[in-house]
Design a protein around this ligand. Structure first.
Ligand SMILES: Cc1ncc(COP(=O)(O)O)c(C=O)c1O
Length: 351
């Protein structure tokens, strides 16, 4: 049995590195609510430059980053946003855009590759009518979590951006894992998000920072976002402590994402050889592996429970599938150990 736990539940489970902890301890800080924390300011400037936008704002979570972004773009009552029916914003964010923001969601079906059909997006745009809310925003998700970490191509994003512009709409990207997409596609991140008016980027997923996201956009967008962040209780005082860790995460972990993707592929190839499992390694584009269990005597819950006894942690993704997520604290030997453990756990369950 591995002495350590191989934690494949998510890329949010990483523990801060020694370098991150040292940077947190040494961070020069001040009160960021009044906008004078030097580490936060520096980090935000760096992130804005990296993403090719005018300005950036550190926020406590990806959920708050998406909520603030949607609310800035939809600041008039009766606004509607077009978004994927399987998107994180629609499925996993407590309906915050409607419960808190009064924004109406108009969902379009997500294809297995994370896209929404262009003609369906166009058809979802409301024409002016006193019965309808007013479409103001389109949201994309890149990579797309519920679609297995699939990447939206730059051509697709540009096309949606063009539609948004032609209809006087804004485009927001939930880029919780935008760096995974950039690395997998081989497209610089600033080019990938060029068509977007705003992007929410998680620092605490594949990049490995302990806390936080940044939203990026125009200076006018960020000025409004800062006010909304305060309204939502997301203004934090000496937040430079967190930004210092995030700075190290961007510096040290960005270059490791490609390796996470390689390990995800290796994991999928290994799983493919195990009986009672189906997985398509070709569908693994980034750091997520979703696999189906084909034997009705094994449920994802049971398999995850037995895997836990082997010190391998994973999460069921549906009534017949499990999700493994790779991150930089999973080694090649951890991948091999996870594969052996899956094989053993299945044997145990079928005994
Ligand atoms: C695609 C996507 N968007 C947004 C979020 C929200 O991020 P947070 O958990 O920091 O609120 C997540 C979190 O898993 C996510 O996977």
């Amino acid at each position: 049995m591995a002495s350590k736990v191989v934690d494949l539940r998510s890329d949010t489970v990483t523990k801060p590195s020694d370098a991150m902890r040292a940077a947190m301890a040494a961070a020069v800080v001040d009160d960021d609510v009044v906008g004078v924390d030097p580490t936060a300011q520096q980090f935000q400037e760096e992130m804005a430059a990296l993403m090719g936008k005018e300005a950036a704002l550190f926020v406590p979570s990806g959920t708050m980053g998406n909520l603030i972004s949607v609310l800035v773009h939809c600041d008039v009552r009766g606004s509607e946003v077009i978004l994927g029916d399987d998107s994180h914003i629609h499925v996993y964010e407590n309906g915050g855009i409607s419960t808190i923001g009064g924004v109406h969601p108009k969902t379009v079906r997500n294809n297995p590759d994370g896209t929404m059909d262009i003609d369906k997006i166009v058809a979802a745009i409301r024409h002016p009518d006193l019965h309808y809310p007013t479409t103001r925003l389109i949201c994309l998700e890149n990579t797309h979590g519920n679609c297995g970490g699939k990447c939206l191509s730059v051509e697709y994003i540009d096309k949606v951006g063009e539609i948004a512009k032609n209809h006087d709409l804004k485009l927001h990207i939930d880029g919780a894992r935008i760096f995974n997409a950039s690395v997998a596609l081989g497209v610089p991140v600033d080019r990938l998000v060029k068509a977007a008016d705003s992007v929410s980027v998680c620092l605490s997923k594949g990049l490995g920072a302990p806390v936080g996201s940044v939203i990026v956009g125009s200076k006018a967008f960020i000025d409004k976002a800062r006010i909304l962040r305060k309204t939502l209780g997301g203004g934090m005082r000496q937040v430079g402590v967190l930004c210092a860790a995030a700075q190290v995460a961007v510096r040290d972990t960005l270059g490791k994402l490609e390796d996470d993707h390689r390990k995800a592929k290796a994991l999928a190839e290994g799983l493919k050889k195990i009986k009672h499992i189906t997985v398509d390694p070709a569908s693994v584009e980034t750091n997520m592996v979703f696999f189906d269990i084909t034997n009705p005597r094994i449920s994802p819950d049971n398999l995850c429970q037995v895997l836990e006894q082997h010190n391998v942690l994973a999460m069921p993704a549906s009534s017949k599938s499990i999700r493994f997520v790779l991150h930089y604290q999973i080694s090649d030997s951890d991948v091999q150990y996870a594969l052996t453990s899956v094989e053993k756990a299945i044997e145990e369950l079928l005994k």
